[in-house]
Design a protein around this ligand. Structure first.
Ligand SMILES: [Zn+2]
Length: 337
């Protein structure tokens, strides 16, 4: 049985590679890392069969459930997204292992009953299924990930060591409750905090539309923000200095950026980023994806030691949660004004 899964996952990888136009990501390794929470993907490796088998034995119901919810994941752009490839691999694994079990349960759509609850849900009390929990993980910046960010968010003049960064894989829900996979790169100092925050937001259905690497927008902040993308690391110096910005350190996180724009008045002229966020400067208006003081997103970031740009007085950055400068000075004493 395990052999069949590995074969299916491999077939999925090949299919994804074909559509991915050469993007250097090892899908099987990433899929394997989903079931090995906290361990970095093994480059070029096969999924650990014992783990896959255990996963399938305990998580078949969840795969059907998750895949059903994940089905609306948007297909866009020139290539099948890596996230979909991962899903396809998991789906292939879950489906091929699950067929026999589903037959016993009365069909692929047989709901779980109290008499026969999914084993994985009984195994934890976090409110998330095991497969959901395992979708939240952090890894160092592998060569595959680095290939995606080099020359983009990890610019050629980047002075931040690659080792200081972490890749996060998460789930998030949009305003309609659809589940999406997300990717974010942050500083290692806040990796676990951001993972905890995003997990909690997911658990509570706090809507976040997109969590993609800014590299998918060629590290163009404006494009990323106009697309309402949530992200963190994008290397840059603060203008006219050799001091790295908070985002350049991966120590700031922007959430639902279109609906929570940045604004400042300079010489009587109002700056708005993204420019298409202007309608959402009216913070008394009601609209989707708005971050408000006291809401869950705000509360979690504050609890984890961040400050919110929506509370600044000389400017407003409603999307922006950042580690305070004093703390950053402890971690990066040479990155001073
Ligand atoms: Zn920001």
């Amino acid at each position: 049985m395990a052999v069949a899964i590995a074969a299916d996952a491999k077939a999925s990888e090949v299919a994804c590679d074909r559509q991915r136009s050469g993007r250097a990501i090892n899908t099987v390794s990433l899929a394997a890392s989903v079931v090995q929470r906290g361990q970095p993907p093994v480059r070029g490796g096969q999924p650990p069969r014992t783990t896959i088998a255990a996963m399938a034995a305990s998580g078949i119901e969840a795969y059907h459930k998750d895949v059903a919810r994940l089905a609306p994941f948007p297909r866009e752009g020139k290539a099948m997204r890596v996230k979909e490839c991962i899903l396809t691999g998991l789906l292939a694994a879950g489906m091929s292992l699950g067929l026999a079990a589903c037959g016993q349960a009365g069909g692929t759509n047989a709901p779980a009953t109290d008499a026969n609850p999914p084993a994985e849900q009984a195994a934890n009390n976090t409110g998330l299924s095991t497969s959901e929990q395992e979708a939240f993980y952090s890894t160092p910046i592998t060569d595959e990930i680095f290939a995606r960010i080099k020359g983009k968010s990890f610019k050629d003049d980047c002075t931040l060591p690659r080792e200081d960064l972490r890749y996060l894989h998460v789930l998030h829900k949009d305003k309609d409750g659809n589940v999406h996979e997300g990717e974010m790169i942050v500083n290692q100092h806040i990796a676990e905090d951001v993972l905890d925050i995003l997990r909690e937001l997911y658990k509570n259905g706090y809507p976040i539309e997109k969590i993609r690497l800014v590299d998918e927008y060629d590290a163009d902040d404006e494009r990323s923000m106009e697309d309402n993308n949530s992200s963190s690391f994008n290397f840059r110096f603060i203008s006219h200095t050799n001091r790295i910005s908070n985002h350049g350190l991966g120590l700031a996180v922007d959430i639902n950026t279109l609906y929570n724009p940045y604004t400042k008045v300079v010489d009587g002229e109002r700056i708005i980023e993204p420019i298409t966020g202007e309608p959402y400067l009216d913070r008394d208006a009601s609209f989707d994806y708005k971050i408000e003081k006291g809401d869950l997103c705000y509360t979690l970031f504050i609890e984890h030691g961040f400050e919110w740009g929506g509370e600044w007085t000389d400017r407003k950055d409603y999307q922006h949660f950042a580690i305070p400068d004093e703390k950053i000075a402890e971690w990066y004493p040479n990155n001073v004004k």
